[in-house]
Design a protein around this ligand. Structure first.
Ligand code: AMP
Length: 289
């Protein structure tokens, strides 16, 4: 496996691959890799000749300096895991390689970043848009892979690709979960054993709320069920629980309410949840069929 810290040698490697007619799959990550990330690598390997995994804890997408500082960094272990699954190349630049100067470009994704994560993490999707655009321009992948766990991020990146004519195919890969339903996340490493147990409230809330919504309950009633589950547990707090159209991210009142005042395409309803376990912020989501 090739390991690149610099852009120029990575580009030289990729240019040689592309000249030989090979397709390139990109899996962008922030490292502290787990089985969820590896599932993206697996899909990319099945669909491309060469798979590149990027590992970069992108400072411009953190609105909370404490979260950035405490974000787990396990590069040695990550490279071993990537070797094991036969990833072809890793791009793990320092911040100075990606941002030699302080960036001045901002992205505004309109309604897509006014709701949910965008509302609670101001500037987050601007930073995501910036780093993903840089990675797309540097690597020029044939295909790029993102997890369903960060659904709003996927909706934002889809818009970025459409609107800026990036010449690549996007794929969203289903969320990998622990046996008790907790969505795998690098941030789970920060949980102590009690917190790890309490963190199942996110998945349990989605399942319970999903059943309620499918039985005709309103989002208000479903939210009360979710809030009660959070109130029952020690050390957890709910930030938001929303039902949204999965394509245009309009916030919905019930499962049948999808429409599109923004003119963006209409998708299946998706429940999205965010909250804290201690000081660790977690998110999750689930589609309603
Ligand atoms: P991150 O390192 O958290 O920025 O995640 C890198 C990529 O892996 C993103 O596209 C995430 O959506 C995806 N990802 C993170 N956790 C999971 C998971 N549990 N299952 C599937 N994909 C995931």
């Amino acid at each position: 496996m090739e390991i690149f810290k610099q852009i120029a040698p990575l580009k030289a490697f990729l240019n040689a691959q592309k000249r030989a007619g090979k397709s390139v799959g990109l899996v962008p990550t922030m490292g502290a890799l787990h089985a969820g990330h590896l599932s993206l690598i697996k899909v990319s390997k099945a669909q491309n000749d060469v798979t590149v995994c990027s590992i970069f804890v992108n400072p411009t997408q953190f609105n909370n300096p404490n979260d950035l500082q405490k974000y787990p960094r396990t590069l040695d272990k990550d490279t071993l895991l990537l070797e094991k699954v036969e990833c072809d190349a890793v791009f793990c630049p320092e911040a100075s390689e990606m941002y030699p100067e302080k960036s001045i470009i901002k992205f505004d994704f309109g309604h897509l970043d006014r709701v949910m994560e965008g509302a609670f993490r101001p500037g987050h999707f601007s930073g995501v848009g910036l780093v993903v655009s840089k990675l797309f321009n540097i690597i020029q992948p044939t295909r790029a892979y993102f997890g369903q766990k960060d659904w709003q991020q996927f909706a934002v990146i889809r818009r970025l690709v459409d609107e800026l004519n990036f010449d690549l195919e996007l794929t969203s890969v289903p969320t990998s979960r622990e046996d008790d339903g907790l969505a795998m996340s690098s941030r789970n490493l920060r949980l102590n054993p009690d917190q790890r147990q309490a963190a199942t409230v996110f998945y349990e809330s989605l399942v319970a709320a999903g059943q309620a919504l499918q039985h005709g309950k309103t989002i208000r009633e479903a939210r009360a069920i979710v809030q009660a589950k959070f109130d029952e547990r020690q050390g957890v707090s709910l930030e938001y629980f929303e039902l949204a159209d999965s394509k245009n991210l309009n916030i919905l009142e019930n499962v049948n309410a999808s429409d599109s005042p923004s003119g963006l395409p209409v998708g299946l309803p998706i429940m999205c949840i965010a909250g804290f376990v201690g000081e660790v912020r977690l998110i999750d989501n689930m589609f309603l069929q």
